[in-house]
Write a protein that binds this ligand. Structure first.
Ligand code: MG
Length: 339
């Protein structure tokens, strides 16, 4: 058949019709054009897998049958599903993912798409958010331990995509630039739909899910570079995140225990119930000034127990070889090593 424009268009519409009935695998470029229903995924524990230690990232779902490799299942079942966490969030293809998972759990054909979690190499939970917004001094005792005023409204700063890091990864300490490296366990909000000037009462409906994160920090750069925070917190690899995102329907974000351990020793132990600005206030407040987009993430502040909060003669800063473990109740334990 001659590849006239008309034939190509006709071919695309046949593909779309077949896809709508679940009859054919749809390439991503084609899927972008499909009228898939928009919405967030529900009832799922999600992760990013990486293959061959490369930036070949794929969406995974933790199930009772193991980790479902979403792209592999979509191919086996010949139905569309978003292939990466960023595709899921930014295209708002939650319903397609829920359909795929429900089908895969009962279809014999999808069996090869389940893998053992022990064999999975984790990638950064998200890899291309449009924004990473961070809230500082959001726990009273942490504000007090650092000698700061307890803020009346959330104190905002930012990180960048190049900060993103993964569960079981490493943070390379830039020892030529800084010496005072510190941990900050934090709950991370993952945004699921566009939020602009949203009222507090509705704010939680804009969250796709929640994850464990660490707002890793070089204190000397944070406090000794002219009174601005970003440079101490936006260094490459300084935003470990993961291993999982739990969908928002599974989590009460304002009532989660959180902990940080260094080489097995507990350093931080608190609850998100102690946050000054709760989750709905943070989303609402940020959305007054900055339009939040699906796939954006928000670091929500750390509780007391950081090295900066100790008396000066007891401050032993982190060093290469230290192993950090951060956990949030239900959301999983994030581990990484300093090199
Ligand atoms: Mg922080």
């Amino acid at each position: 058949m001659k590849h006239t424009r008309r034939n190509v268009l006709k071919g695309a519409s046949v593909l779309a019709a077949a896809a709508a009935t679940g009859g054919i695998a749809v390439p991503q470029a084609e899927a972008n054009k499909q009228p898939y229903p928009k919405g967030m995924a529900h009832g799922l524990t999600l992760l990013t897998m990486r293959r061959n230690s490369s930036e070949d990232y794929r969406l995974g779902v933790k199930t009772e049958k193991g980790i479902l490799d979403v792209a592999a299942a979509a191919k086996l079942l010949r139905i569309y599903a978003p292939e990466t966490m960023d595709d899921l969030l930014q295209r708002e293809h939650g319903p397609a993912l829920n359909t795929l998972v429900a089908t895969a759990l009962t279809a014999a054909a999808a069996k090869p798409a389940f893998v053992k979690e022990e064999t999975v190499e984790y990638g950064p939970l998200v890899s291309r958010p449009a924004k990473i917004v961070c809230v500082g001094l959001n726990y009273r005792k942490h504000a007090q331990e650092t000698g700061a005023q307890v803020p009346k409204e959330p104190v905002l700063f930012n990180k960048y995509q190049t900060c993103l890091n993964r569960h079981n990864g490493t943070v390379k300490l830039p020892v030529d630039l800084a010496k005072k490296f510190d941990y900050e366990v934090e709950m991370v909000i993952v945004i699921g739909k566009e939020a602009s000037n949203v009222p507090e009462a509705d704010a939680l409906t804009y969250a796709a899910g929640y994850a464990t994160g660490n707002d890793f920090t070089a204190r000397d750069l944070q406090y000794e570079t002219g009174g601005q925070w970003m440079i101490g917190k936006a260094i490459d690899q300084f935003a470990p995140l993961g291993p999982y995102m739990l969908t928002a329907d599974l989590v009460d974000p304002d009532n989660l225990k959180l902990e940080c351990r260094v080489n097995g020793e507990t350093r931080q132990s608190s609850s998100t119930a102690d946050m000054i600005a709760n989750t709905r206030h943070m989303i609402s407040y940020i959305s007054r000034y900055i339009k939040l987009k699906p796939g954006d993430i928000i670091f929500t502040g750390t509780p007391e127990g950081v090295i900066q909060g100790k008396p000066k003669d007891k401050q032993v800063w982190l060093k290469p070889g230290d192993k950090i473990a951060c956990s949030l109740e239900k959301l999983g334990e994030l581990k990484f090593e300093l090199v």
